[in-house]
Write a protein that binds this ligand. Sequence first.
Ligand SMILES: [Zn+2]
Length: 256
Amino acid sequence: MSWIDTHTHIYLPEFADDVETVIRHAQDAEVGKMYLPNVDQSTLDDMMQLCERYPNTLYPMAGLHPCSVKSDWQEALSHIQSVYEANKASFIAIGEIGIDLYWDKSTLAIQEAALHQQIQWALTENLPIVIHVREAFDETFAVVDQYREVQGVFHCFTGSIEQAEWITSRGMYLGIGGVSTFKNGGMDSVLPYVDKSRVIVETDAPYLAPVPHRGKRNEPAYIPIIGQRLASLWNMDINEVMTLTTTNAQKLFRHG
Ligand SMILES: [Zn+2]
């Protein structure tokens, strides 16, 4: 058993010079598998090429990130879908998809339309979804709620106990990352009370590095820091947290 970093963008330019070292450091830290969410058309090729170099270690997702949903989103999405069709067996999820109203509120309507379309795609393909939400919990819940049968994770979960309950009570998962280690992150008053059988871990590298690396480039090797944080909040041994979160991730992504 080893850790799974369920959300990492190590195909981005931040890792262009040393991605081999980054992956070796992850493996040294017992992070055996890494799941790579797509952002948009511009990231697909780099993501696919990296995954091809590391079969059984790196696994790609297909999707259009809400911040990349612009007026041409339908063309962008059909391009992503054509790459998906050509490499179907490789993909483990549709992601990342969702609604982000922090950067741009004017695109809400097309973000909702893109989310609907990508959830329907996930259902057709029988794949889980990886959801990005920022300042748009209610809007996102309203869409996801229309698809009772969809499985997925709210990645980088930093919400309230009530929001965590909404997610876990309908069988979906909470992706917990570096924010759980921030003093001002507010997660120490939430995480002790969530359904542990619905928690998976992620870095969201290169973003949101955990303390003591906060503000620097994040990387998958920092997953045990997040595991240790959960172990202290839950009064568990870190190896139990590894077994639990890896088993949870394998269930969600139907992937051993
Ligand atoms: Zn991400």
